[in-house]
Design a protein around this ligand. Structure first.
Ligand SMILES: [Zn+2]
Length: 271
């Protein structure tokens, strides 16, 4: 059986989780499924039958790079695949991407916490570097529950990025663009653009956007992600199992696609 892989999780060092989780939860006005520690994530994976989780960090300031790299090295295991982060305002951002690629499979960017527009000019050298390195970029896309509704990572902007950097190994999050699913259906559906399903089933969807995307987007471009500790890993798997009847598509979404991305020889070019 195809091992289940969660492509979108977060955790923090224990001492940071203790103060960061209540603060983040209050900012977004939501109740997390877990306490944000690595131990809780591993227990949740065991309970849900998840073999591996990609653990995403976000550098909210350029100065956090080294600490994130250190934590990512410390927690890496056969169960945990860390994606570190660089801040786009870091003058050394491109070099840091090369440092990440020397040790890890991917990197995380977040347009709200890192204050950028997805398709602004200064980001393209970073996208090109990721593409050249074969580094997976998992980028938050769509709106963000913790921020004002500012269209900085819309489906239209995603298209501009992938048109200019077609080799970029991009995974968009939250069904392509969180809470902008009508635009996902209009602009992204059917295109070779990977999207995770994280933290979306939790919200009202009266127009059945999510079911439509699941039914019509190519299953090889859909990945199970929970956004744990915000989303619940086991519940997200259940939502996929309820909605995806075809066994091959279901296996691909729950782990096959992630395994292909994470374990492929991406043949990074020298830097
Ligand atoms: Zn997330």
């Amino acid at each position: 059986m195809q091992p289940v892989i969660d492509i979108h999780t977060h955790a923090f060092p224990d001492e940071i989780a203790a103060f960061a989780m209540p603060k983040l939860a209050a900012e977004a006005d939501l109740t997390p499924a877990l306490d944000g520690t690595l131990g809780a994530l591993l227990r949740s994976m065991d309970a849900a039958g998840i073999a591996r989780s990609v653990l995403l960090s976000i550098a909210t300031k350029p100065s956090q790079f080294d600490a994130i790299m250190e934590w990512s090295r410390a927690i890496r295991s056969d169960r945990i695949e860390p994606f570190p982060s660089v801040h786009p305002a870091d003058p050394l951002a491109r070099e840091r991407l090369s440092m990440i690629a020397a040790e890890f499979r991917g990197v995380k960017l977040h347009p709200y916490y890192q204050d950028f527009q997805l398709d602004e000019e200064r980001l393209f050298p970073l996208y090109k570097r990721c593409a050249d390195l074969g580094l997976i970029l998992l980028c938050h896309t769509g709106y963000d529950i913790a921020f004002p509704r500012d269209p900085r990572a819309t489906p239209e902007r995603i298209l501009r990025v992938v048109e200019r950097v077609p080799d970029l190994r991009l995974i968009t999050s939250h069904f392509g663009a969180w809470d902008d699913w009508a635009a996902v259906r209009k602009h992204l559906l059917g295109r070779p653009i990977s999207m995770d399903v994280s933290y979306s089933f939790e919200f009202p969807d009266p127009d059945n956007h999510l079911d439509d995307i699941l039914a019509r987007h190519p299953p090889e471009y859909i990945l199970f992600g929970s956004d744990s500790p915000w989303g619940d890993q086991r519940q997200t798997i259940e939502r996929i199992r309820e909605r995806v009847a075809d066994p091959a598509a279901r296996a691909a979404i729950l782990g096959g696609n992630a395994a292909r991305l994470l374990d492929a020889d991406s043949s990074p070019v020298a830097t």
